[in-house]
Design a protein around this ligand. Structure first.
Ligand code: GRF
Length: 216
């Protein structure tokens, strides 16, 4: 299915990926339409960026002790009116509830929530992917764009790019190189994923079934 899709960006911090998506949109490199920014952090730099690009901002902080599901339901209520076809995570620092994942499940059985992760998954899940690769002494690092399922950083992989880091002396330098790649990759990956011209193919032994994303 092609045609342009509407998406909500969810971000908690700096927002360099959000900015890269907006720049790509302006240059005609991003086919689909960011319609709203959701953030859980009142001091997130991404808020200023969204205002600059005239994208509506929704800020909703999670209350202490509030369940993930109840928070996500509130988030959904606040973004629903923008009618997003997809949720795009860009440095969103919370784990989504099963409820939210169910809400964004396509009829074809894949999640319409997309994330960009700073490592070559399944290496270095969780936070600080670039630093972890550097501190481990890896010679290459990478970036992964994947669909979001209930496992943290475990959803079906759509795109991966690796880059060498053996010539770099600090984790900051690794991150800088990685972010440049992320900013190029994310718009391109979103164009492809949101066209929904793929199927999920089962792989692996029965006890550890994984989905492979194949162009259809
Ligand atoms: C990026 O490295 C992204 O891969 C990860 O969080 C970071 C967000 O950076 N999920 P920014 O807020 O987009 O600058």
């Amino acid at each position: 299915m092609s045609g342009f899709k509407r998406f909500a960006v969810m971000a908690s911090g700096r927002g360099s990926n959000f900015e890269a998506l907006m720049e790509a949109k302006e240059k005609g490199l991003l086919k689909h339409q960011p319609v709203v920014l959701f953030t859980d952090q009142k001091n997130a730099k991404v808020i200023e960026r969204a205002k600059k690009w005239s994208i509506p901002v929704i800020l909703l902080e999670k209350k202490k002790g509030e369940s993930r599901e109840s928070y996500d339901q509130k988030i959904w209520k606040s973004i629903e009116e923008y009618q997003p076809d997809f949720l795009v995570l860009a440095g969103y620092m919370r784990v989504l509830s099963s409820w939210m994942i169910g809400k964004m499940m396509s009829h074809n059985g894949y999640s319409k929530i997309i994330n960009i992760h700073p490592s070559l998954l399944p290496s270095f899940p969780g936070i600080g992917g670039y630093r972890k690769a550097f501190e481990y002494g890896a010679r290459i690092a990478g970036v992964t764009v994947h669909l979001v399922n209930e496992g943290v950083d475990q959803g079906p992989i759509c795109y991966q790019v690796s880059f060498k880091i053996n010539d770099l002396d600090t984790p900051e330098a690794v991150e800088k190189r990685g972010l440049e790649i992320e900013h190029q990759l994310y718009p391109k990956a979103l164009n492809w994923i949101m066209d929904e011209s793929f199927i999920l193919e089962e792989r692996g032994p029965e006890t550890q079934r994984r989905s492979f994303v194949r162009s259809s």
